[in-house]
Design a protein around this ligand. Structure first.
Ligand code: SF4
Ligand code: MSK
Length: 637
């Protein structure tokens, strides 16, 4: 085993593949990180600006000249503008995903799209009821049409009222608190600083406008708009994606799945689906598993077609269809290197452009499908929801056609595979609790469960893959803190066996007893990145049950290996919802002392939620536990 590979990943399957990469000289994302060293210190601190052509400008972090950009912008202004733009991009990515789901629901409801259907009528009615849409005596298609209209309206409405989804899902106490902060800030500063989002598209455009040359230079005002934009993601864009995908494809139910590269099967045509939106991946799975395609695969000498997921679209498939997951984001190159992948099919987000070049070393068809993620060197098969069946057939056939070109001498699939119990939608959690959050609240009140930690986010090649995810998770459950989460963290936890029932043995006595009684692992998979909205809904249900604000609850979040702008949006909407959030690596804000203070101390006072930075799983778990204990004391439990 190469020392280098072991430094790069905590996952034994990844280590094997990294050894292979080293032997065969396949370039990986880890190699490219090395070539980037030393990385720019100004960039890491957030103090470089290239918003206009008088720049780029950089601020000296040691207080020497230059202390201002050419236009006079301070380090704090530059840091705040950069962070706001990150949140706007992250929110936009999630929300545009939600828009796609809403538009598809409308097309299905009015009969324009015949390739998709509504799978979960019960969820449709529940969402409609929550939104105040009449369901009595109406057909489910009529109801779906209205739900889609309400969702679509959240994107483009122009009035000043808060977005309907947020109004109907966010607990009243949190809405009131946000309103009070708006009023207080106005009284104190004379400046209008809104926190309640008016329209999903509007809040992102607002950031693009106010960060244009010569607009908002006030760190506080910039940060408040950042929170508003992020809230439009969590309580609307992402939430719309989750709720409508449940309606279209089914609300996840508890099931056992397989995780890690061992889900690939050398005797089958292996198709990996990577990206984010289940609109594509659900269809590819449905078509790939059809008898027609299985037979086509047998004709070329395979035993059939095997579909595996990767990243968040993998999480969507695993939650709803029980499809095995080949890995998280840092596994995407490694999966291709197994030489056993006939097609890697991608839609949007978290897809390395490097995959095109790497696929050329193999017979792998690297297939892009979305005009928002075209990648040079890939085979592009444009997806179109109205012709979904035909296009999915073409995609699967491309994989089958590649099978005879597989070079068997290049095939190496690590045998690592873990069992994971997944599918913890809020509906399933309520079901196992007997229909209400009361038993969970009781367990928290008694102290068998001290609190709940939500861990989310990516792999980041700067952090040893999965190590922080796994060790932090173990440290928390050992301390009787229930861990829930999504995204690439969830895949890391699944690969490490932390979502297996046997993980109960790693939990503290109190948490273990609760998990045994409910027959669940101590680490719950709640879905993809957009499904962080499920955690908000759960937090909202707990808060409403106790008639407190979310910020009063013993809840804490962490993104210990984060890297994308979407993670900035997620972290910020948790903070805006009242949840303290740990980040590692440190975000690019440390060059702006005022911004750092606003996001840590200021946010705590204003919002109840705030960011904190901590390095190392044990220190982080300790700090998260302290926060939970503080909240418990304040609640008098
Ligand atoms: Fe420099 Fe100001 Fe232009 Fe930014 S906006 S590049 S700080 S002159
Ligand atoms: S896929 S945003 S690398 S979690 Fe959602 Fe993973 Fe982060 Fe992408």
């Amino acid at each position: 085993m190469s020392e280098l590979s072991r430094k790069r990943s905590a996952d034994p399957a990844a280590i094997e593949m990294l050894n292979l990469a080293e032997r065969k000289q396949y370039e990986t994302i880890w190699d490219r990180l090395e070539k980037q060293q030393p990385q720019c210190g100004y960039g890491q601190l957030g103090t470089c600006c290239r918003l206009c052509t008088m720049g780029p400008c950089r601020i000296n972090p040691f207080g020497e000249e230059p202390t201002h950009g050419v236009c006079g912008a301070t380090a704090d202004t530059i840091v705040a503008r950069n962070l706001a733009r990150m949140a706007a991009v992250g929110s936009s990515s999630h929300s545009d995903h939600g828009r796609g789901a809403a538009l598809l629901l409308k097309e299905v409801a009015i009969g324009k799209n015949k390739d998709y259907r509504i799978t979960d009528v019960e969820k449709l009615k529940a969402v409609a009821t929550r939104l105040g849409i009449n369901t009595a005596g109406r057909s489910y298609l009529e109801i779906a049409s209205d739900v889609a209209d309400v969702a679509i309206n959240c994107f483009g409405k122009q009035d000043e009222e808060p977005i309907i989804f947020l109004q109907k899902y966010m607990p009243k106490k949190r809405i009131e608190r946000l309103k009070e902060i708006e009023t207080m800030l106005f009284e104190k500063t004379g400046k209008k600083m809104g926190l309640l989002p008016r329209g999903i598209d509007r809040e992102a455009v607002d950031i693009l406008h106010r960060t244009h040359f010569g607009c908002d230079a006030d760190p506080l005002s910039l940060m408040m708009q950042t929170v508003r934009c992020a809230l439009s993601d969590g309580w609307a864009g992402s939430l719309i994606a989750t709720e409508i995908q449940d309606i279209l494809f089914g609300t996840p139910t508890i099931k056992t799945v397989k995780a890690n590269l061992g889900v690939l099967d050398a005797e089958y045509v292996n198709i990996i689906i990577h990206g984010h939106e289940p609109i594509l991946s659900e269809k590819v799975v449905e078509i790939a598993l059809s008898e027609e395609m299985q037979e086509a695969a047998r004709k070329v000498g395979a035993k059939g077609v095997n579909v595996a997921g990767l990243c968040c679209t993998g999480n969507e498939l695993l939650m709803r269809q029980g499809v095995g997951i080949a890995g998280n984001e840092l596994h995407s190159e490694l999966a291709i290197m197994t030489g056993a992948v006939e097609a890697m099919v991608v839609d949007v987000q978290c897809i390395y452009p490097s995959l095109a070049k790497l696929s050329n070393c193999f017979h792998t068809q690297f297939i892009t499908t979305n005009e928002q993620a075209a990648i040079p060197g890939a085979i592009h098969i444009q997806f179109d929801e109205e012709k979904a069946n035909d296009i999915a057939r073409k995609i699967v056939q491309a994989g089958i056609d590649a099978f005879p070109n597989r070079d068997k001498s290049k095939v190496y699939i690590p045998s690592n595979i873990s069992n994971a119990i997944v599918g913890f939608s809020v509906e399933e959690i309520l079901k196992i609790l007997g229909g209400s959050v009361a038993p969970l609240v009781d367990a928290i009140a008694k102290g068998s469960i001290k609190g709940v930690a939500g861990i989310v986010g990516c792999n980041n090649v700067k952090v040893k893959q999965d190590l922080y995810h796994q060790e932090l998770t173990k440290e928390l459950i050992k301390r009787d803190i229930l861990v829930i989460g999504t995204g690439c963290w969830a895949i890391g936890a699944a690969k490490a066996g932390l979502m297996d029932i046997s993980a109960q043995g790693l939990a503290g006595e109190g948490l273990k007893a609760v998990c045994k009684a409910l027959d669940i692992p101590p680490v719950l998979h709640m879905g993809s990145c957009v499904d962080c909205s499920r955690m908000l809904v759960l937090a909202g249900a707990l808060a409403e049950h106790l008639d407190v604000d979310i910020s009063d609850l013993p809840l804490v979040g962490s993104a210990p290996e984060w890297m994308t702008e979407k993670a900035v949006a997620i972290g910020t909407y948790f903070v805006g919802s009242g949840v303290p959030v740990h980040l590692w690596p440190a975000p690019p804000i440390l060059g702006g002392p005022e911004v750092t203070k606003i996001l840590t101390e200021g946010a705590k006072e204003l919002l109840g939620g705030y960011f904190f930075i901590e390095e190392g799983p044990e220190a982080t778990a300790k700090r998260m536990e302290e926060i939970i204990l503080e909240k418990r004391t304040a609640l008098g439990i």
